[in-house]
Design a protein around this ligand. Structure first.
Ligand code: CP
Length: 280
């Protein structure tokens, strides 16, 4: 039987599904947690990382690379890319189920789900929580997806960022902004640190000044303004000494590694839903 491109392979029910993890950008947490989640569900994975061992190094386009991987008929694609328009179009038009593992500055939906889960575990609700994003919000797909989900769940959202990293897109237009981190930290019940996303900077200065560190780093001194019941989050990866000081990992309010753990559970839930399998 010949299949058309994009058609799902019909298979006997006893054949284990195969998930293709396709990462055109670096990742530790997202890629590894999808892999862990698939193993826990009893689903198989194949992994593609655009490095020197692949035909991307010979000049093959990302679009053709993805088309080639789709032609191998995985049951599910998990894709991370930098926002390449041709890749985006192909993902929108293929019939293969897709999970977005981060696309450019736009979205990182499973991160938003695991972040919501982490807040929910600690605070038992999202409604009424006051969530502050700190640092390079403009270039953060995590902040964009978080914002959208947290507002739907009834939370309030605010930003504390230098002018060059303050969000400028329409979705953030009405968002409360703090110019002082101490004021923002006094206001919030959840603070979210963000990495400076140098790889996405086109017309802004990426450099880290002492002033940036003084005003936006999550460290013992700045966090003395945060309520004892509040929580400290960061999607990772973090740059120690710039977006936070590793000393805060021992702060009982810090849930950064809980976010990582929940990443596996949340991705199990998402893929389990697609394949109709669960784990108990
Ligand atoms: N939070 C996140 O997406 O981390 P990775 O880039 O390590 O996957």
């Amino acid at each position: 039987m010949r299949l058309k491109l994009g058609e799902i392979v019909p298979r006997p029910l006893d054949v284990v599904p195969v998930v293709a993890l396709v990462f055109f950008e670096p990742s530790t947490r997202t890629r590894f947690s999808f892999e862990m989640a698939a193993q826990r569900l009893g689903v198989k994975t194949v992994s593609f990382v655009a490095d020197a061992s692949t035909s991307v190094a010979k000049g093959e386009s990302l679009h053709e690379t993805l088309q080639t991987l789709i032609a191998m008929r995985p049951d599910l694609l998990v894709v991370r890319h930098s926002g390449d328009r041709a890749v985006e179009y192909l993902l929108k038009t293929t019939a293969t189920p897709i999970i977005n593992a981060g696309n450019g500055v736009e979205e990182h939906p499973t991160q938003a789900l695991l972040d919501a889960m982490t807040i929910f575990e600690r605070k038992k609700k999202l409604e009424g929580e006051k969530i502050l994003f700190i640092g390079d919000v403009e270039h953060s797909r995590v902040a964009r997806s978080d914002r959208s989900l947290f507002l739907k769940m009834g939370a309030e959202v605010a930003v504390c960022a230098p002018k060059r990293f303050a969000p400028k897109t329409l979705d953030w237009l009405e968002t409360k902004q703090f110019s002082s981190l101490s004021e923002g930290l006094k206001w919030c019940t959840v603070c979210v640190g963000l990495r400076i996303q140098k790889e996405r900077h086109q017309n802004v200065e990426s450099g880290v000044s002492n002033e940036y560190i003084e005003n936006f780093r999550l460290d013992k001194k700045n966090l003395s303004n945060l309520n004892s019941e509040a929580i400290i989050m960061h999607p990772g990866p973090f740059v120690d000494g710039v977006d936070l000081n590793h000393e805060i990992l021992n702060d009982p309010r810090c849930v950064i590694h809980e976010q990582v753990t929940n990443g596996v559970y949340m991705r199990m839930a998402v893929m389990g839903d697609i394949f109709g399998v669960s784990y108990s």
